[in-house]
Design a protein around this ligand. Sequence first.
Ligand SMILES: Nc1nc2c(c(=O)[nH]1)N[C@H]1C(S)=C(S)[C@@H](COP(=O)(O)O)O[C@H]1N2
Ligand SMILES: [Mo]
Length: 246
Amino acid sequence: MSQSTRRAWLTALAGTTGLAAASRLASQYGLIPPFTNSLYAPGETLTYAAQRLITAQSMAREFSTSLISSLPVANGEPPNLPEYKKHQATGFSDWQLQVEGLVDKPGTFSMSRLKSFPSNSQITQLICEEGWSYIAQWTGVRLSRVLEQAGMRPDAKYVTYHSIEPGWLDTIDMAEALHPQTLVAYGMNGSSIPLGNGAPLRLRVPRQLGYKSIKYIHRLVVSDRLPEPNQAAGGLAFGYSWYAGI
Ligand SMILES: Nc1nc2c(c(=O)[nH]1)N[C@H]1C(S)=C(S)[C@@H](COP(=O)(O)O)O[C@H]1N2
Ligand SMILES: [Mo]
């Protein structure tokens, strides 16, 4: 979108009093968030559209090492599943990330293969919707790199990522999936990720609220559409908005 179109859009947005009008504009520019059947849908459309216009290229704030939180909160216990415990006992050496859907080379990525790609680190703040946060360093491979390796097809629009933990999965659009700060993270604060924080793999999505950073991930599905809203899981299952830009 050109600067002038963007300005016109924003002016129109500012001048409108009804969310319905904003919604119409968002629709015209293809900025409708995928889940729009909730009570808050018009507001969510407005937020998503405005944020996508203004912040498509924006970066999550990064911090200096001295600001890393000394006691990162682990929100919950690691999955109480025999399968997970088996992996834990072997130091997660056989953990795999399965990639499927709109890719030319569906298959699995072993931990060592993921670690063989150039690694990226970021010191970012994980902000929970419940009001707490912590700053940590995350290390991993860019999701964009994994998607490229898997031969993502041009018609791909969304990436759904699944946790081994039942009920935990979420989806991001391509703007987020291909963003340089979106990582398939295997390291935290210079070591492997602690159990409670998502060992051995978590998706780190630092431009959105904490619930989009799903822990214990083992499967990515590339798609041109979202899962049906009635399959809502992860944050959506609690009624949180699908788009959680911060
Ligand atoms: N698999 C899984 N991923 C998850 C969660 C969870 O309970 N299970 N909680 C989410 C929420 S609500 C937040 S705020 C962050 C918390 O991350 P932390 O455990 O590192 O503090 O993880 C997100 N990812
Ligand atoms: Mo959260």
